[in-house]
Design a protein around this ligand. Sequence first.
Ligand SMILES: Cc1ncc(COP(=O)(O)O)c(C=O)c1O
Length: 470
Amino acid sequence: MTIEMTPEEFRRLGYAVVDMLSTQLTAVQSGLARPLMPDTLSRALTDQPLPEQPTPVEDLLKRVQDEILPYPMGNQNPRFFAWVNSTAAPLAVLGEFVAAAHNASVAGGHHAATYVEHAVLNWLKEILTYPRSAGALLTSGGSVANLIGLATMRHVKAPQNVRTHGLHDQPQPLVVYASTQAHSCIQKSVELLGFGSQYLRRIPANEAYQIDVEALKAQIHQDRVNGLLPVCVAASAGTVNTGAVDPLDQLADLCAAEGLWLHVDGAYGGVGILDPDVSALYKGIERADSIAIDPHKWLYMPVECGCALVKDAEAMRAAFSLLPDYLRNDRELPWFSEYGVQQTRGFKALKLWLVMQQIGVEGLRHLIGANNQLAALLAHKITQQPDFELVSGGPLSIVCFRYAPSNHPDVDGLNAQLPTRLQQDGRVFITGTRLKDCPVLRMCIVNFRTTEADLDLALQVIREVGAAIP
Ligand SMILES: Cc1ncc(COP(=O)(O)O)c(C=O)c1O
């Protein structure tokens, strides 16, 4: 038994895998959004003993076919509306396969993968109206992209060199500001970077779920009076709950006046700038000091693929670069590993490079715009149905609402229970959140397969499942 394969074996098994996946691709689109995985199977997979002896590859592929592929997360299906998990572009799936076969570490160096990543980063900068001179790199996802932006901010803004002193010797506590609607990864970053969550100020949001700029100003002023050092506003370009875009231009003015770093979390909504119907909302993003986006959300990449961008590339490098002697060769350009956390890095750029050229920016604009339009249509349908209540619709592709039949005694309880019941039903996959302290259903459309018929089915299934909840 050997780990090596002959080219013939590789070809035979490769074709078998492609055959299996192309059948599964169709099955996954027409079936349940999330088929219920039997507990016996999930336990058997979890508790499988350490495989001491070899297993024939055919047997393993059969297990993939029978035990893994039939139980997907659901996001390849057009009726998956949960969180922000998009459908993967098929060409990008093939790109992942090629990237694994190529097996480059894109820490840097003079080989093709490095230049492919530079190409896609230049394209992403252009989409975000960011200068080509900005620093950037692909990451595992939005959380790490935000962490990298905020780590650079910490390096620039801390009065004492944070790489040598940490936060111990800073003259005052450093304070970061974000709205109550900011993603939890902002808090995680603030904690990981040692600021402490007590120095993350959660500023109230307005009726449109955007940060309240007046409340922000007042908090910054108060913190200065109390001897603290305000350093950063972490704005959202597309909040995870409702898709709200904070008033970036106003925040850029405020940050410029106060000497604060403006970071923009665009993990979900950043590339919404491509949709001409909403692009005005992004005015000011070009003034941000750092931006996080997530191609594995709205650029339809298979997970994982995030992207961190920092306007001042040298600041980004200064925050991360360490060049031990063994890394001083093969240095055509500064290495990506000098701008982030990882040394060995996967070839994430290839899938994006393929799809961005396959459909062009024109194609992406169309798909993102179509998702936004579907969300607007869903919001409209909800307002037309007396047993539904619209809570938030737009400006991007997230709609929050409640199922509220007039005779139901406990609408809060009903909406709190609905996500679990809907997931058990499986025809649609919908999660919930809380807005204004009430449970709501939340549908996010980042899926190029979703159609109006899927929205109608979702509302019908909510009614059917909801009718069985006392
Ligand atoms: C607004 C926002 N920021 C950050 C993240 C975190 O991104 P990731 O899950 O790719 O780490 C998400 C994920 O949904 C998000 O919606």
